[in-house]
Design a protein around this ligand. Structure first.
Ligand code: ADP
Length: 446
């Protein structure tokens, strides 16, 4: 087992990883920017190293500084959290070259899945169902027009290097296509430095359902069921739940088994998420994330497994603590992402939290790194906390969620809490009757 883990992240996820490491008796080091000197994970870690000024590229994305921090503190492993360097293959390779364990898959697996076109090809080869579309990047408008006509409109143009919902444009018909291609290409070039785009059939009212998988890197793998993340704004998740109100046990077992087998065949190591759009009983692969997800706690709630413990075990070579037969799903869990944002326009609302009070009681978990008097720096993601609620079934879970949201107090800034208070009272949400477009239509007053 590792002696000392360096956590290359910030906010709630840095704290989440720190807690798991402490439980396993492993020393912790955190790195932080000058803007985060007062952060909770810095206060609670055994050691901390300031690695640079506020902008991420000079601190949390600065590989050189992070490797130096490992050498100075003698850390033998790095947990990247999510975002920042968590899906950076070069970072994984550089750590390996320094004999430091990256708590995650190999650089090669990150590389394959990080390129969405390559990921889709790999998924298809492994027997995972994919969205119909171009087999690779589209080179020009003529090719795009031909493919779009083949698969049928509407289509979506997506960036090969995409992430965070950027570089995606829908074309309703042929007259839209030229514009969609140009916009997606220029957005992709600006955001990712790679303007390769591909085309997919645009599904009209799918749900976003993702399967949590875990590989031991030695040819064994398990799945931990699904999460339904259909409630999104601007292609970003805001509410996640497990199990999905749309799936039955047979569908869950079938798609889970396909994913676990694929991960085993790949020789994949660590946590991963295989994301699908689901429509009319069919699953369509869209991408795989080769890291821990923001929404992992809903899976923890329904499986009673600590996913970060498992990540650390697997990375240390100790293998998974469970086999597929050991995994049982109990009850229902929902996560709400508490963002420092205006609840209608979603514009960021950084500033000082004058009062912070979290709900408690049976089935309630709050993962957050903030506290009363904490000043949210304007440089980073607006997620300030996650409320995760578990109940014996969806009805109980929703009752508990409503009560927990009433107790939650965050003063001094705007947050997404009022939106969730509205959603728990909505009939469609109560019935589990929503798709990936539901939230935007609801916000538009439709
Ligand atoms: P990113 O990596 O940028 O998050 P994804 O490929 O995971 O991109 O897609 C994000 C979201 O965009 C999906 O959850 C879904 O809401 C929407 N989306 C992506 N592909 C399609 C598609 N083919 N049809 C309809 N919606 C899509």
């Amino acid at each position: 087992m590792f002696q000392k883990i360096l956590i290359a992240n910030r906010g709630e996820i840095a704290l989440r990883v720190l807690r798991a490491a402490k439980e396993l008796g492993i020393q912790t080091v955190v790195v932080h920017s000058t803007a985060d000197a007062d952060a909770m994970h810095v206060r609670l870690a055994d050691e901390s190293v300031c690695i640079g000024p506020p902008p991420s590229r000079d601190s949390y994305l600065n590989i050189h500084q992070i490797v130096a921090a490992c050498e100075i503190t003698g850390a033998d492993a790095v947990h990247p959290g999510y975002g920042f360097l968590s899906e950076n293959a070069r970072f994984a390779d550089i750590l390996a070259a320094h004999n430091i364990t990256f708590i995650g898959p190999s650089g090669d697996h990150i590389r394959v899945m990080g390129d969405k076109i390559e990921a889709k090809r790999t998924a298809r080869r492994l027997g995972i169902p994919v969205v119909p579309g171009s087999d690779g990047a589209v080179s020009d408008e003529r090719e795009a027009t031909r493919i779009a006509a083949e698969i049928g409109y509407p289509v979506i143009v997506k960036a090969s290097a995409g992430g965070g919902g950027r570089g995606m444009k829908v074309a309703r018909d042929e007259s839209d296509l030229e514009m969609a291609l140009a916009t997606a290409r220029s957005e992709a070039g600006a955001a990712f430095g790679d303007d390769a785009v591909y085309i997919e059939k645009f599904l009209q009212r799918p749900r976003h359902i993702e399967i949590q998988v875990f590989g031991d890197g030695m040819g064994k793998a398990v799945h931990l069921g699904e999460r339904d993340c259909s409630l999104q704004r601007r292609h970003q998740k805001i509410w996640e739940e497990a199990p999905s109100p749309a799936l039955n046990d047979g569908e869950r077992a079938r798609i889970g088994a396909v994913c676990a087998r694929a991960i085993a065949d790949l020789g994949y190591s660590g946590a991963g998420t295989i994301e699908f759009l689901y429509e009319d009983g069919e699953f369509y692969f869209i991408e795989m994330n080769t890291r821990l997800q923001v929404e992992h706690p809903v899976t923890e709630a329904v499986t009673d497994l600590d996913l970060v413990h498992e990540q650390i075990r697997v990375a240390s070579g100790a293998g998974l603590s469970v086999t597929q037969d050991d995994i049982r799903f109990t009850g229902h869990a929902i996560e709400c992402r508490i963002n420092a944002e205006d609840p209608r326009s979603f514009t960021p609302s950084p500033g000082t939290i004058t009062h912070f009070h979290t709900p408690g009681g049976l089935g309630i978990r709050v993962d957050s790194g903030v506290y009363s008097g904490y000043r949210i720096p304007p440089y980073y993601d607006s997620l300030i906390g996650k409320l995760i609620v578990h109940g014996r079934n969806r009805v109980e879970c929703m009752m508990r969620l409503r009560r927990a949201l009433d107790e939650f107090v965050v003063d001094g800034i705007k947050t997404t809490l009022p939106l969730f208070r509205e959603l728990v009272g909505n009939a469609d949400i109560a019935n589990g009757d929503y798709d990936i477009h539901w939230l935007e239509k609801h916000l538009a007053g439709e």
